[in-house]
Structures are given as C-alpha cells and as structure tokens.
Design a protein around this ligand. Structure first.
Ligand code: THU
Length: 145
C-alpha cells in the first residue's frame, strides 16, 4: 500500500476510538484525504431508533464539506470489530461518489495488515450521473474562487 494511504488508514483506525456504537458494538472510522492535503475523520454515530444511524464515511464527508473542503483524493475506512475488511455501504458509496473521481482510492480494512485498496469506480460501476456531480462541484469551486 502507498505510504500516504497507510497513514490515512491509520487515521481511520485511530478515529474508531470516538465511534458511538452502543447498539451494534461495531466501530467504524473514516479518514478523508482532501485535495489540499488535509485529513478529516468521521465515525459512525448510532441512534436508538436504529434508522437514524449515520455511517462513519458520511460523517467524515459532512465534516469535510462543513469545513469548506470539496474534493477528496482518497478515503480510508477502518472496521476493527470485523474479521474481514468491510467495504462502504450502498448509501455511503453514493455520497462518496458525489465528491470523488472514479479513480479516487478507497482503502478499507479491519486491521493494519488486512485491507483492500479499491477505487470509487470499482465500488460504483455504471454510475451514469457521476460526471454531473463532478461538473457541479467544479463549477461551484470556480464561482467561489
Ligand atoms: N457502518 C458504517 O459506519 N459504515 C459502513 O459503510 C457500514 C456500516 C456502521 C453503521 C452501524 O453503526 C454499524 O456500522 C453496523 O452496521
């Protein structure tokens, strides 16, 4: 694995300490490498209604967007309570693809020596409207600069 992904995955792994998962006891941490080189993390936040649980990936993206970031080079997801690398859920894949190119790296793993290096394009094949969101993010960035 490339060194920058190793450290990104470590950040995702460390973030798991902040996970709020009293119902599933399944901690998830996510770390986003932003275009400007900064890293923003997120964790899963569960709720007693179950359905209102928010995944770590979407929390990381919401935090990054709230901090003014718009494009991400890579995403790492750590699931230390699993026995195998757990990939982002369908809802997260949709949200990830809004802000990352098809070539963007997605690294997911359950342990520091057990991970998969994939891409947004592999996780979201035949994503017909992907170009639309990329154009809109680019336009928005041009207008704000
Ligand atoms: N979870 C994530 O945070 N990301 C995923 O991609 C899959 C699932 C969380 C939601 C819930 O808190 C726990 O993992 C068990 O599903």
């Amino acid at each position: 694995m490339q060194p920058e992904y190793v450290s990104l995955f470590e950040r995702a792994y460390e973030a798991c300490e902040q996970s709020y998962a009293p119902y599933s006891h399944f901690r998830v941490g996510a770390a986003l490498l932003c275009d400007d080189g900064s890293v923003i993390t997120g964790v899963n936040v569960e709720n007693r209604s179950f359905g209102l649980t928010i995944c770590a990936e979407r929390n990381a993206i919401a935090a990054a967007i709230s901090a003014g970031k718009r494009r991400f080079k890579a995403l790492a997801v750590a699931t230390p309570d699993a026995t195998y690398p757990v990939s982002p859920c369908g809802a997260c894949r949709q949200v990830i693809s809004e802000f990352m190119p098809s070539s963007g790296a997605v690294v997911f793993g359950n342990a520091k020596d057990s991970y998969v290096v994939s891409t947004v394009g592999e996780l979201m094949p035949h994503d017909a409207l992907h170009d639309l969101s990329s154009c809109l993010v680019r336009e928005e960035q041009e207008h704000s600069s």
